[in-house]
Design a protein around this ligand. Structure first.
Ligand SMILES: [Zn+2]
Length: 175
């Protein structure tokens, strides 16, 4: 037994119970072309014929925007929502295994937009590029131009930290 509804001119929905599967076919006919979308849901065997509620838009044309199909089976009630060529099933019974062989159904529920990452900040570590300063908790590393340089305490000549004596005056450097 196939149930047919016409949402709008050329926009038809047919529903059929094949065993435990509810097969929903949406067909759109416009400008001589027909698009067909077939979706199959594991709802169980119908107890009563499906109920269709057509949702109307608020525009002046009052065009239908979609439909809700209520399927009542021995395992509970399922709602199949149709919007354009997209079909989604909302099952009222939880924990039930259900299969969806749809090729056009999209699932957006539960998707959260990604939070933008804080740049260069990990825990208590913070890095700034201008000037190059690295902070890690209480520790601070300054990697600017003068960082890591030593000067002779006697004459002021720049010396390397590995040097034992000043290249300028020969002063013994403290390590
Ligand atoms: Zn010196």
């Amino acid at each position: 037994m196939i149930h047919n509804w016409e949402l709008a001119t050329g926009h038809q929905i047919s529903v059929e119970n094949q065993g435990a599967q509810t097969v929903v076919t949406i067909s759109n006919t416009s400008a001589g072309q027909q698009q067909r979308s077939i979706n199959s849901f594991n709802t169980g065997i119908w107890l009563v014929p499906p109920e269709m509620s057509i949702l109307h838009g608020r525009g002046s044309a009052n065009e239908p925007t979609g439909a809700t199909l209520k399927i009542t089976t021995s395992t509970g009630a399922s709602l199949i929502q149709v919007r354009g060529n997209s079909i989604q099933m909302q099952s009222s019974h939880s924990g039930e295994h259900r299969s969806n062989t749809s090729t056009s159904t999209s699932f957006t529920a539960g998707m959260q937009p990604m939070q933008p990452m804080q740049p260069m900040q990990m825990g208590n570590m913070q890095m700034n590029m201008q000037p190059m300063v690295m902070k890690m908790g209480d520790m601070e590393l300054n990697m600017g131009a003068t960082a890591g340089k030593k000067f002779c305490t006697q004459c002021g000549t720049p010396v390397k930290s590995a040097d034992k004596f000043c290249a300028g005056c020969g002063h013994k450097l403290e390590s």
